[in-house]
Design a protein around this ligand. Structure first.
Ligand SMILES: C[S@@+](CC[C@H](N)C(=O)[O-])C[C@H]1O[C@@H](n2cnc3c(N)ncnc32)[C@H](O)[C@@H]1O
Ligand SMILES: Nc1nc2[nH]cc(C(=O)O)c2c(=O)[nH]1
Ligand code: SF4
Ligand SMILES: [Mg+2]
Length: 221
């Protein structure tokens, strides 16, 4: 069973799949504690906020309400909503706190492609076809460490940056894990002008890519 914070259909706004119509499945719970996290409503799993699955669909505003659902419940929900997107982005919270094999396998069997957005601090339990975006969380409050296995499994790395220190931490992580990823994205934290300038400058210097959170510029989910 999965704990679902929200389900919505939109355009993927980050990294390689930017522009792709996608169904977002946001799972509840994350212990990593990034100070600048834009989904703090997913951190805690409080039974007081348990609701029906329908109440987590296309929420009008962020909330820490969540619903319990099986892989079959999730597929049935997507079908009943009449969504047209065939790409499913599983995010959170930290989705890798859950075994994602059942939901990803069922979605693949039904013609969907899947993508996971993860901090890389938990073992990634997902099929080989799933596109894995690792956004490595280094020295965050929760004290979790990025796993080398997560770095090795990543199809792309996406690193939020606001200060030069964040770039240096990322490079140290590549050395420490011995992973030299083909696709590295820098994502300015919270659309700050100084962060965006730093990301642009660094991407050009290192031949990395820029990921701006397109959905935030568009004012969509
Ligand atoms: C909210 S997280 C959820 C998935 C997972 N816990 C993770 O951190 O990858 C989704 C993505 O948003 C990024 N993110 C979160 N807050 C951000 C912010 N304020 N500015 C830029 N990116 C942010 C994360 O690094 C991650 O790549
Ligand atoms: N449009 C859109 N694209 C996204 N890419 C990653 C997101 C996330 O919160 O994980 C996200 C999101 O919340 N909205
Ligand atoms: S790991 Fe992801 S969900 Fe958790 S606090 Fe950090 S950005 Fe937010
Ligand atoms: Mg988001």
């Amino acid at each position: 069973m999965y704990k679902i914070n929200e389900v919505f259909e939109t355009i993927q706004g980050e990294a390689s799949y930017t522009g792709t119509p996608s169904i977002f499945l946001r799972l509840q719970g994350c212990p990593v504690g990034c100070s600048w996290c834009d989904t703090k409503q997913t951190w805690d799993v409080d039974n007081v906020y348990k609701v029906s699955l329908d109440e987590t669909v296309e929420k009008k505003a962020d909330s820490d309400h969540w619903a319990q659902a099986s892989a079959a419940n999730i597929l049935a929900l997507f079908q009943s909503r009449g969504y047209t997107a065939k790409h499913v982005v599983i995010t959170g919270g930290e989705p890798c706190m859950y075994d994602l094999n059942p939901v990803c396998n069922l979605l693949h069997e039904n013609g969907f492609s899947t993508q996971i957005e993860t901090s890389g601090t938990f073992e990634i339990l997902a099929p080989a076809q799933t596109w894995v975006t690792v956004s490595p969380k280094i020295n965050m409050r929760g004290g979790f460490e990025v796993l080398t296995t997560a770095m090795q499994r990543a199809n792309e790395i996406k690193h939020p940056v606001a200060m030069q220190k964040h770039v240096e931490e990322l490079e140290e992580l590549f050395v420490k894990t011995g992973v030299n990823p083909k696709l590295v994205y820098l994502q300015p934290i919270s659309q700050k002008e100084s962060a965006t300038k730093l990301a642009i400058k660094t991407c050009i210097a290192k031949n990395w890519r820029l990921s701006i959170q397109v959905h935030k510029y568009l004012g969509i989910n």
